[in-house]
Design a protein around this ligand. Structure first.
Ligand code: EPZ
Length: 430
């Protein structure tokens, strides 16, 4: 089984290029089938989630042409099925974005219920509420969500919770509804804004994305477009934390600094230097870092997808830090693994009380989910000795060439598949 082998202790130094945002790409790829014309999308990250979604789209008849590793052409005119197979949903939840896209375009869609993920129960009641308020019937039976509508009519929808997925799904369906839809208490994440900009480039009429209130005036149809996806704020934040925890000096390029404000603010609070330029941030971590408090919130608050990564940094920072996870109910699974490296963390409900220690020591670890897996890798980079991280398929869902980008920053990390490879790595690592 593939794993990362890491020899810790080397400060990360140099430059790293950030790829396209996975969570924007998933929404935009799904939305691209809402026209019968050809759509060209650039800066698509080459990660497992986007590749599985493209396979799901091909499985219903979309024509997907790879122009290069990060550019794809999609044509949705030949779609011949409105049912997304279960195994695609099992592989990635975000296949349910095809619900909103297919319902908007064909007024009908069927997708198997996405399972809970290991970060929480992941309900979809707000997605269903939105579809129903647009006039669709929604049935849940035999593990499937089946939705259809004579026609979709604009509605005034108040989201009970701030939800990225439901905001995205409803925005897609409403783009081709009759009349005005208003989404109140909408999610404001950069990927919600990116989707709105993408749909508008196809002829949609969406205003207010990035604020609490999004207004969508339905249009008859959508047309072709060429679009480039925004940089991934979470990949960028992960490398910022890697620089911080290894006492490094890393320039993270091809970012939108505004999207990283809450992350930069926390790094400054704990003693890092953070320099911003137009499309890059530089993180210098030269001295002993100190404790702080973090509470995950919807954007522009501190992202829940950065919670494991900052906990890794705080567990090596002087003093006691408090991390509160207010979005998901089960996002501390990495704590047991970090404890095996010497961390001193106590989880009480949705709060982690972190008492900084002087060092991590290497251990054999298992990635519990995507972001926790990435966090364990950066813990290994800071640890004394050797660390292995198993189940890296989770990490490869959302990080393109993760270990290669880290190697280019000086990290001693390899992807190994056998004990023999690991022994060879140990001999080679200085
Ligand atoms: C998206 O998940 C992201 N995934 C997640 O990133 C991210 O953690 C999350 O947004 C929050 O930013 C993608 O974009 C593919 P939500 P999503 O709906 O849409 C509750 C990663 O690591 N809720 O914003 O599923 C829900 O339980 C992944 O890239 C309802 O109650 O998240 C949660 O507490 C992990 N009812 C809160 O809202 C609903 O109908 C936020 O969930 C929907 C959600």
């Amino acid at each position: 089984m593939e794993q990362y082998a890491i020899k810790g202790g080397t400060p990360l130094v140099g430059e790293v290029e950030i790829g396209g945002a996975k969570n924007a790409a998933l929404a935009i790829l799904a939305a691209s089938i809402m026209t019968d014309e050809t759509v060209l999308i650039e800066n698509v990250p080459d990660v497992r989630d986007t590749n599985v979604l493209l396979q799901a789209m091909e499985s219903i008849g979309a024509i997907v042409t790879r122009v290069d590793r990060h550019t794809v052409k999609i044509n949705g005119s030949q779609i011949n099925s409105l049912t997304i197979e279960d195994d695609f949903i099992k592989k990635i939840r975000a296949s349910y974005y095809l619900l909103g896209a297919l319902l908007g375009k064909y007024k009908k869609a069927e997708v198997s219920l996405p399972g809970g993920c290991n970060i929480g129960s992941r309900p979809i009641d707000q997605h269903i509420k939105g579809f129903k308020m647009l006039g669709a019937k929604v049935k849940i039976e035999y593990g499937l969500i089946a939705t259809e509508a004579e026609k979709l009519v604009g509605s005034h929808i108040y989201m009970d919770v701030v939800t990225v997925g439901a905001t995205i799904n409803v925005m897609m369906a409403a783009s081709l509804a009759d009349g005005m839809t208003i989404i109140e208490n909408a999610a404001k994440e950069p990927h919600v804004v990116d989707l709105a900009n993408f749909l508008n480039s196809m002829g949609a009429n969406i205003k207010g994305a990035g604020t609490d209130v999004i207004r969508i005036k339905g249009v008859e149809k959508l047309h072709k477009t060429e679009y480039a996806i925004i940089p991934d704020q979470i990949e960028a934040g992960t490398f910022m934390m890697a620089a911080a925890v290894t006492r490094g000096d890393v320039t993270i390029k091809n970012v939108i600094p505004k999207h990283l404000e809450s992350i930069s603010a926390k790094l400054l609070e704990i003693g890092c230097e953070v320099e911003e330029s137009d499309d890059a941030v530089r993180v210098v971590s030269a001295k002993q870092l100190v404790h702080t408090q973090v509470k995950t919130l919807p954007y522009p608050g501190f992202p829940t997808d950065m919670q494991p990564q900052i906990a890794v940094v705080l567990a090596l920072s002087e003093g006691t830090s408090i991390v509160t996870e207010s979005i998901f109910e089960n996002r501390f699974k990495y704590v047991d693994e970090l404890t095996r490296m010497g961390a001193n963390i106590k989880v009480e409900g949705n709060t982690a009380i972190i008492t900084g220690v002087n060092k991590y020591t290497g251990a054999s670890l298992t990635a519990p989910d995507l972001r926790a897996g990435a966090a364990l890798v950066i813990a290994g980079l800071a640890a004394e000795g050797y660390t292995t991280v198993d189940d890296i398929k989770y990490i490869e869902r959302g990080y393109e060439d993760f270990h290669v980008k880290l190697q280019n920053l000086g990290a001693q990390i390899e992807k190994v598949t056998t004990e023999k490879d690991f022994k060879k790595f140990q001999l080679q690592a200085v």
